[in-house]
Design a protein around this ligand. Sequence first.
Ligand SMILES: Cc1cc2nc3c(=O)[nH]c(=O)nc-3n(C[C@H](O)[C@H](O)[C@H](O)COP(=O)(O)OP(=O)(O)OC[C@H]3O[C@@H](n4cnc5c(N)ncnc54)[C@H](O)[C@@H]3O)c2cc1C
Length: 395
Amino acid sequence: MKKIAIIGGGPASLMLAANLDSAKYQVTLFEKKKAIGRKFLVAGEGGLNLSFKAEVKNLIHKYHPSSFIAPIINTFSNTDLINWFDSIKVPTFVGTSNRIFPSADLKPIEVLKKIEARLIENNSNIKLQKEWTGWNEDGLITIDGKTTDPFDIIIFALGGASWKVTGSDGRWKTLFEKRGIEVKSFRAANCAFKVDWNTNFINTHQGKPLKNISVSYEAETAKGELCITKFGLEGNAIYALSQKIQDTFLTGKTPVIQLDLKPTMTVDQIKTKLKNSKLKKITDILKQDVNLDRASIGLIKQFSDKETFLNLDLLAEFIKSIPITLVGTDDLDKAISSLGGIALTEIDESFQLHKIPDTYVIGEMLDWFAPTGGYLLQACFSMGWVLAQNLNNTK
Ligand SMILES: Cc1cc2nc3c(=O)[nH]c(=O)nc-3n(C[C@H](O)[C@H](O)[C@H](O)COP(=O)(O)OP(=O)(O)OC[C@H]3O[C@@H](n4cnc5c(N)ncnc54)[C@H](O)[C@@H]3O)c2cc1C
């Protein structure tokens, strides 16, 4: 029987270990923390969004590069994931905005326990508080600095580089670089961006949500919501654009997003509302006829000049496209996910490293991007499942 070492105990590796053929492989999973799945549990604190209900072809377009994710999610889709969770007695439901969650009566820790039970049923040997520390001079892996017995196959699923407290600290980067493997620098993704607010505005509107808005940046538009914070803006509408925004920061330029406060209305429809109003004060018209809340009106006032605010044609256009300059990014450690990681050119289509045979890499430690909405976990689970099938089918 071949021996497999899986390093890291997150969603990608758990799905892998749960599905490897136990008649063919003897599996040992090394996790450096006291427990597996710590980031999975953190994800559960805001509602454990496992995946997204959409046709697979639409799902795939949310990922960058989508050409990398397409064959993976085509092989193990959102429907396959729901069926798999059903098989371990974790029923799911489709919540608001088509997000998929475990049944409301199951806490994230209970979901994790059911996944762990499947691993144990599948004879995986889980070793906790065991940290992979590199390779020795013969290319054998070391755990806590000591060379292990040889394994036939090694699979890394060490996660990204945010929320270090969960164990996903990106410390593995230098170890791979020493082996000549290209690892792209980590940057925050699905994170807050800094805005230089006017003091009066932020003192009044800090913590207020902007609902049913859209944000555009460089020909991409994301609908959803934002929250105004002392730091700047956060929320799914800006998270979805975080890769493009971060790429602009890398070039040394300052990104300017366009906020649309009324994505369901055209400029002409807003103009008609503004011009047909019986009210005199523009603030009252915006509130009562255009149905904008105080925070939205405050935003318009902060970013428009007097001429725009008093000219109803210009004002209608402004409501649909408020330019907001982003002056910085939140800390990597606070981000929901990280950009960067092992360059996709370093692996073949079965996740195997070109430079180290019989060694595979899956999950967030690879250099791909997905927005929030269940896309991250879906891709990590899909990679685990696909790699398990590939290995089960090899002679
Ligand atoms: C606040 C927050 C909320 C989120 N919410 C969602 C959500 O609702 N939906 C969604 O799809 N995604 C969400 N995510 C993202 C999602 O949790 C991650 O993308 C996913 O957990 C990545 O899985 P992974 O298996 O690649 O790695 P991880 O889950 O990061 O696991 C990697 C594991 O490897 C271990 N490890 C690292 N180095 C070593 C080493 N040297 N030796 C041994 N073990 C090691 C770590 O301790 C860790 O347990 C959220 C993330 C955060 C931070």
